[in-house]
Each structure stands twice: as structure tokens, then as C-alpha cells.
Design a protein around this ligand. Structure first.
Ligand SMILES: *[C@@H]1O[C@H](CO)[C@@H](O)[C@H](O)[C@H]1NC(C)=O
Length: 247
């Protein structure tokens, strides 16, 4: 199902780009390829999302849940608290790539998407020690922009499971569904959430943490399989009105 979704998204963007290209010569913000990146939140539903305006241009960070090595993805205005991620894998095919970080513990953690209870389309993003999902990428060859796939990302206000008084912003990924019978497309963004895009901003790869010698070899952090990441030098500084056409 994931592969089909990714394919459909790529196809949609490619054909939209082809139509646009016939009208105006497009330009796009310059991309670099580095070994690490931070993720910058871009709220894509501006008019309906006053509640979420303050998270625009903030960075992805982690929220402790009380379970060691099992954090939620959150956001922070403070660049120093942003997580430094990298793509890990032996090939740049999306189905084999992970998004990892050593920013939180001495074991590599990576993004994992766990289905929300009772939902077939919405998954909450966690940062899990030693058990990241594969299936992520930053730029498809047919696209001119870099952003975290799979889309669509949503920022949602939620109460923490162990601290019901604390409302935080967490991130979810929603699978777009189409109804052939009604000819409708549904992004499946949950109620109370806003759709966002997560853009990679170039960063320096962290040094490997000083880990204790008792760590089993298979969880000892390594940068042996770090792949190049397309990234923007400074996402906040991009004047999007100068670029396009396109989202
Ligand atoms: C990084 O990628 C390599 C090659 O695919 C894999 O063997 C390794 O387990 C990955 N690291 C983590 C922490 O998932």
C-alpha cells in the first residue's frame, strides 16, 4: 500500500510540473547534498491554521514519553534543540532508506510510523532506538523540491499519555486515499491537525556518541551507511515567491 501511495504522489507531482513547464520557465531554490539535515516545519494550510502559525519554520525535535528509547517527534523554535538526522542505507531507493539520529541517546534512533488506533490511514511518528522504519526519502528524481517523504505530514495537538495536563504538538503521516466511485481524493488529515511539509536544512553530521563498550555490536552507532541528503542551506531565508511555479 505504501509503495502504491508513493507512486501515485510522484505521478501527481510530475504531471503537475509538466503542465506548469509549458507556461513559465520554472526556477527552484538551490539544493545542496550533505551528510546530515535538520527538518524544518512548513505549515502548508495557512488560511485555516491560525492555531498552528507559531510552528511555521520551527525544527523537529523529540518529546520524551517516559519509555526509554521511545520518543515522539515534536517541534522546537530553538535550533540547538533540533535533531540532526541523516539518511541511512545502502541504496537511495526510498523503500530501503531510514532517517536516523544520534542526537538523543548513544544508540541510533530513527523515525518509525505506528498506525493510530482504529485508523487505516494515519500513523504517528516516533523516534525509536534501534528500530527505525525503512521507507523515507527527501527528493524524488522527478521533483525539484526536497521534503520528507512519505507525505502528507500533519501537526497535531495532543495530550501526552503520561502527562495528561501537558498538550504538545506531535507529527503524524496520513495516507491519501481516492474514491474511484465518487472521484474524490482525501488527504485524511485528522481533525484538529494541520497539514505541514518537512523540509531538510543542511547540517553537519554529529560525531558518534561515546558509547559504552558493553553495547552489543548490532546497536553500536555507525556512520558507515550514511547517504547524501538533498538539503536547503537556510529554509527560513527562502523567498518562496521567487520560485515556482509549483508548491
Ligand atoms: C543503516 O543501514 C545499514 C545498511 O542498510 C543497516 O545494516 C543498518 O542496520 C542501518 N542502521 C540502523 C541503525 O538502522
Amino acid at each position: 500500500m505504501l509503495n502504491m501511495y508513493v507512486f501515485a504522489t510522484a505521478l501527481g507531482l510530475a504531471s503537475a510540473a509538466a503542465v506548469a513547464a509549458a507556461a513559465v520557465a520554472p526556477t527552484y531554490p538551490p539544493l545542496a547534498v550533505l551528510k546530515a539535515f535538520r527538518l524544518v516545519v512548513q505549515v502548508t494550510e495557512r488560511s485555516t491554521s491560525n492555531d498552528f502559525a507559531s510552528i511555521h519554520n520551527t525544527y523537529i525535535s523529540n518529546i520524551r514519553t517516559g519509555h526509554q528509547g521511545h520518543d515522539l517527534l515534536g517541534q522546537t523554535e530553538n535550533a540547538d534543540k533540533a535533531l540532526t538526522f541523516y539518511l541511512n542505507g545502502t541504496t537511495t531507493a526510498q523503500e530501503y532508506m531510514r532517517v536516523l539520529t544520534e542526537s538523543t541517546t548513544s544508540v541510533s534512533s530513527g523515525i518509525r510510523l505506528d498506525p493510530d488506533e482504529g485508523s487505516r490511514t494515519v500513523r504517528t511518528a516516533y523516534l525509536i532506538e534501534g528500530a527505525a522504519d525503512v521507507g523515507f526519502s527527501l527528493k524524488h528524481p522527478s521533483e525539484n523540491y526536497a521534503f520528507l517523504h512519505p507525505e502528507t505530514w500533519a501537526a497535531c495537538k495532543e495530550k501526552l499519555p503520561l502527562d495528561k495536563d501537558r498538550e504538545v504538538i506531535v507529527f503524524k503521516q496520513a495516507i491519501t486515499t481516492t474514491s474511484h466511485m465518487f472521484g474524490t481524493v482525501d488527504q485524511n488529515i485528522p481533525k484538529g491537525c494541520v497539514s505541514v511539509r518537512l523540509l531538510p536544512e543542511c547540517a553537519n553530521l554529529n560525531d558518534l556518541p561515546k558509547f559504552s563498550s558493553y553495547l552489543p555490536e548490532q546497536i553500536t552507532p555507525s556512520h558507515q551507511h550514511v547517504l547524501g541528503s538533498h538539503c536547503y542551506k537556510d529554509v527560513k531565508a527562502i523567498d518562496w515567491s521567487k520560485y515556482g511555479p509549483g508548491p
